[in-house]
Design a protein around this ligand. Structure first.
Ligand SMILES: Nc1ncnc2c1ncn2[C@@H]1O[C@H](COP(=O)(O)OP(=O)(O)OP(=O)(O)O)[C@@H](O)[C@H]1O
Ligand code: NI
Length: 475
């Protein structure tokens, strides 16, 4: 889905090259595009497909909410973007997380030329549509989110680990520029393929993360100020009095009163809410483009929670931050998000802007989540969806929500629903449910899902290739 946001489309490439518009990136262009992300844990017992084919965008100044019950894959999605997936987990080939920040692409191309690929040169040499037939390529156009092979780009193959088909050493294909390193415009950094120095520069430097428990980010034996100064030294090269001044001004920016004194205090001298503010200050120390928040307010009481949400909004306005905000709380999602992805058992089952999602939720799972918000339902009793999120330990050949779904019918256990617009023209509102698109009769809709799913599963995501842990290693 969402092929319109592929930045290397013909038209954008044309406007990008040769024009000086290169640094004034359109506000509406995504800074991160996640495509067909698959992150699996290969345990002795089973393969857990914690994230199973997830696609979405994050734009500057936009907050993308990720909501779903416990175990739906929210945190693993965040960790995949941060490069924090640890063994026995790994991101599978065919996945792509692209970082489209022009300055970063330019800098990485300069610092790591051996791992930079010249997209312009490759495009002149290869016809992307024909690459699907290459023996080392285990993908279909549908797995890339396209209807037709002609929509694929050379960059898609490079980014998802099929660089060999283009005669590249697969390990080298990390940063893609569209011309000489002096003026990369439509390039990107492929986050799923980072390791070593460039990974460290990205993590905490360009993309920062705030966790639920501030104490996981704070070291008890150093003062809060020293920890912020360490981040300033690492990522911005500041030291001494200059770093101290900046640390104080960051503490002020996150609303910590008497920052001059508190900069010399230890984490245990801060309250829970103040600690989380300090962690946010630390995350901002490296001046990131994107902030990933994994339930940052869940452990805080409601008043403090509201203050932290306000703070995040304020910081976003000041800094054009792209924010990905994870929570299982629909009330928080309504409060903070511009766009929402609803996750269930490793998949995004519904995505929409926040207003249509709450005004007109389509997926039965989303409706269930909304009915479980206190004060949202007519009766006194709080509805919860009965049962638990299943562990996604086999490829989805059916709807994983069907066993708990009040609207399930026979086909739901036979056909795997793919994300489709909920109605004609509603490209911004999709659901992975056999009841949609709404304007079709149910049998017609079921057929559309089955057709799409057939062509996708011809691609590499079969159990045989996934179980082969020795092949397709990403790092
Ligand atoms: N290190 C790991 N090893 C094996 N399985 C894991 C690992 N980490 C996560 N998983 C599995 O991946 C799935 C998704 O987990 P994840 O932590 O992303 O859920 P979540 O949506 O963040 O839930 P919560 O709301 O509880 O934080 C779960 O089935 C979980 O058991
Ligand atoms: Ni989580």
């Amino acid at each position: 889905m969402a092929t319109e946001s592929q930045p290397e489309s013909e038209t954008e490439r044309e406007t990008g090259t040769g024009s000086k518009a290169e640094t004034t990136a359109d506000r509406n262009d995504p800074i991160i595009t996640v495509r067909n992300l698959q992150t699996a844990f290969f345990t002795d017992k089973e393969v857990i497909r914690a994230v199973d084919g997830v696609s979405f965008d994050i734009r500057p100044s936009e907050t993308v909410g990720i909501v779903g019950e416990s175990g739906s894959g929210k945190s693993v999605t965040a960790r995949s973007i941060m490069g924090l997936v640890e063994s026995p987990g790994r991101i599978l080939d065919g996945s792509s997380i692209r970082f489209h920040h022009t300055e970063t692409v330019r800098e990485f191309a300069r610092r790591f030329p051996g791992r930079t690929v010249d997209l312009g040169a490759l495009e002149a040499e290869h016809d992307p549509a024909s690459l699907f037939a290459h023996s080392t390529v285990d993908a279909t156009p549908e797995a890339f989110g396209y209807d037709d092979a002609s929509e694929a780009t050379v960059a898609d193959f490079v980014a998802t680990g099929y660089g060999e088909a283009l005669g590249l050493d697969p390990k080298d294909c990390v940063f893609v520029t569209d011309g000489s390193t002096d003026e990369p415009v439509d390039g990107f950094v492929e986050i799923t393929r980072l390791s070593g120095d460039p990974q460290r520069a990205m993590r905490g430097g360009r993309i920062a993360m705030v966790f639920q428990d501030p104490l996981t980010s704070l070291n008890p034996v150093y003062t809060v100020g020293n920890q912020i100064k360490e981040a300033l030294r690492l990522h911005r090269g500041l030291s001494g009095a200059e770093a101290t001044r900046e640390a104080i001004s960051l503490l002020e920016a996150v609303g910590i009163p008497d920052a001059r004194r508190r900069v010399a205090e230890y984490p245990h001298q801060f309250s829970g809410g103040m600690r989380q503010r300090a962690v946010i200050a630390m995350a901002l120390a490296c001046d990131p483009e994107v902030l990933i928040c994994d339930e940052p307010t869940t452990a805080l009481d409601v008043t403090i929670q509201a203050q932290i949400l306000d703070l995040l909004e304020e910081l976003q306005d000041e800094r054009d931050l792209g924010i990905m905000f994870i929570t299982h709380d629909m009330g928080v999602i309504a409060n903070i998000s511009h766009r929402v992805n609803v996750m269930y058992a490793g998949e995004v089952v519904e995505t929409a802007d926040v207003e249509p999602l709450f005004a007109d939720p389509k997926h039965p799972y989303t409706r269930g989540l909304l009915e479980s918000i206190p004060g949202q339902q007519s009766g006194d009793r709080l509805q919860t969806i009965e049962g638990n999120v299943p562990t996604p330990n086999e490829p989805a050949t059916y709807c994983r929500f069907a066993p708990r779904c009040p609207e399930a019918f026979a086909d739901c256990t036979e056909v795997h629903p793919v994300s489709l617009p909920v109605e004609e023209g509603a490209d911004d509102h999709t659901a992975a449910c056999l009841l949609y698109p709404e304007h079709r009769s149910t049998p017609e809709a079921v057929n559309r899902h089955a057709d799409r799913e057939d062509s996708i599963s011809e691609a590499g995501a079969s159990p045989a290739t996934d179980d082969d842990t020795t092949g397709g290693e990403n790092r």
